[in-house]
Design a binder for this molecule. Structure first.
Ligand SMILES: Cc1ncc(COP(=O)(O)O)c(C=O)c1O
Length: 350
C-alpha cells in the first residue's frame, strides 16, 4: 500500500498474521497463526493503548498542553506513551519494577522519559510497590495525567474497537481459539469480547505464568497458590486489574518460565520470529491446549512484543544457565555463534 502517514502514531496497528511451520508441536492436525505486534512503531501491542489512553485523556481534558504523563509500566506501555508524548509535547515519568530489562529502561530514557526503578519482590500493599509509587508521584505532580492502564477502560475498549475487528477481518472469521497472556488484561478482554460477539464458539485462552494469581481467580474465585515472582515480563498479576474481564475467557493454561524462555529461542531459530518471552509463553499454552481437540482447529496467538528487548536474558546463555533454563551442555548454543574468525579458521583446519 502506498501511503504517506502524517505522523508516526498513524502507523500503529494492522500488524501481520503469519502461520507457524517449524516449531515442534505445530505439526499437528491444527493450524497455528501468530499476530506480530512487534510491527507496531514502538515494538509492542501497547502502542495501541498508549494512543487510546492519551486520546481519551485529551478528550476529557485530563491531559493539557505541556502536561506530564505518569504510569506504572513494565516497559512497553511506557514506550508507546513516550513516543506519542514526544510528538505531542508531553513529559513522561515511568515507574517500573527492577526485574525489567536494561534495554527497556534505556530506550525509555532515550525518548526523554524519566525512569524510576522500584523493587520487584514487594507486596502490592507495600509503599514501594511500583503502582503505589506511580500513584504517589502522580498525586504530587502538577498538570499530570495518571494513565492507569490496569483500570482505565480506554485500554480494553481500544482492543474491542480496533484489534478485535482487525483480527476477525484478517482471519476471515475462520478462527477457533484465540490465545494471549494477560498483564493489564486489556488485549485479551477487549479482543475476547469482540470475537465472542462475532462467534460465541470461539474459545479465549489465557496463558498465565506460574506465580500469577489470575488462573486461581478464574477457576476458584480466590487465591489458592500465593503470588510469587517469575521471569516472564508483562503478563500475569498479583492482583485483579479491572481490565482483566474474566467473563470473556474460557480457559487458562499455566506455563513455566523455563518453557517460555526456551520457546523464545525456538521461535527465532525455527521461524525467524524475534519475539519476547510473553509471546513464547502464549504459544506454549496454545500448543498444550490444542492437544484437547480431536478435530482440526485454527489457533491465533497474540505475540505482544519484540525479542530485541530481551537480548540480556532469553538470548544470553549465561543468564539462561543461571536461571536453570538451559543445561551446562547447552551453554554456548547462542554465544558460540559469535567468535573471532581465526577460531573458525582453526575449526576448519585452515
Ligand atoms: C511483553 C508483554 N506481553 C503481554 C502483555 C499483556 O498485555 P495486556 O496488558 O493487554 O494484558 C504486556 C503488557 O504489559 C507486555 O508488556
Amino acid at each position: 500500500m502506498n501511503k504517506i502517514y502524517n505522523n508516526i502514531s498513524e502507523t500503529i496497528g494492522n500488524t501481520p498474521i503469519v502461520k507457524l511451520n517449524q516449531i515442534p508441536g505445530v505439526d499437528s492436525i491444527h493450524n497455528f497463526f501468530v499476530k506480530l505486534e512487534y510491527f507496531n512503531p514502538g515494538g509492542s501491542v501497547k502502542d495501541r493503548i498508549a494512543l487510546s489512553l492519551i486520546d481519551g485523556a485529551e478528550r476529557r481534558g485530563e491531559l493539557k498542553p505541556g502536561g506530564t504523563i505518569v504510569e506504572a509500566t513494565s516497559g512497553n506501555t511506557g514506550l508507546g506513551l513516550a513516543f506519542i508524548a514526544a510528538t505531542r509535547g508531553y513529559k513522561c515519568i515511568f515507574v517500573m519494577p527492577d526485574k525489567i530489562s536494561q534495554e527497556k529502561r534505556a530506550i525509555l530514557a532515550a525518548y526523554g522519559a524519566k525512569v524510576l526503578i522500584t523493587p520487584t519482590a514487594v507486596e502490592p500493599t507495600d509503599s514501594r510497590y511500583y503502582v503505589n509509587v506511580a500513584k504517589k508521584i502522580a498525586d504530587n505532580t502538577k498538570n499530570c495525567f495518571y494513565a492507569n492502564q490496569y483500570h482505565n477502560a480506554d485500554n480494553r475498549d481500544q482492543h474491542y474497537r480496533v484489534t478485535g475487528p482487525e483480527i476477525w477481518s484478517q482471519m476471515n472469521g475462520k478462527l477457533d481459539v484465540f490465545v494471549a497472556g494477560a498483564g493489564t488484561g486489556g488485549s485479551i478482554s477487549g479482543i475476547g469480547k469482540y470475537l465472542k460477539e462475532k462467534n460465541q464458539n470461539i474459545k479465549i485462552l489465557c496463558a498465565d505464568p506460574y506465580g500469577s494469581i489470575l488462573s486461581d481467580l478464574f477457576y476458584h474465585h480466590k487465591v489458592i497458590t500465593p503470588a510469587h515472582s517469575y521471569k516472564v515480563e508483562g503478563v500475569g498479576e498479583d492482583f485483579l486489574p479491572e481490565n482483566v474481564q474474566l467473563q470473556f475467557m474460557d480457559d487458562f493454561e499455566k506455563v513455566t518460565d523455563r518453557e517460555a524462555f526456551r520457546m523464545t529461542r525456538e521461535l527465532i531459530q525455527k521461524e525467524a520470529l524475534c519475539v519476547g518471552p510473553s509471546s513464547a509463553m502464549a504459544l506454549v499454552a496454545a500448543i498444550n491446549y490444542s492437544k484437547k481437540f480431536k478435530e482440526p482447529k485454527n489457533f491465533l496467538v497474540l505475540m505482544a512484543d519484540n525479542g530485541k528487548a530481551y537480548l540480556s536474558k532469553a538470548f544470553n546463555d549465561q543468564w539462561m544457565l543461571e536461571n536453570g533454563f538451559i543445561t551446562k551442555e547447552e551453554l554456548g548454543s547462542v554465544f558460540n555463534q559469535v567468535t573471532d574468525y581465526q577460531n573458525y579458521y582453526k575449526e576448519l583446519g585452515l
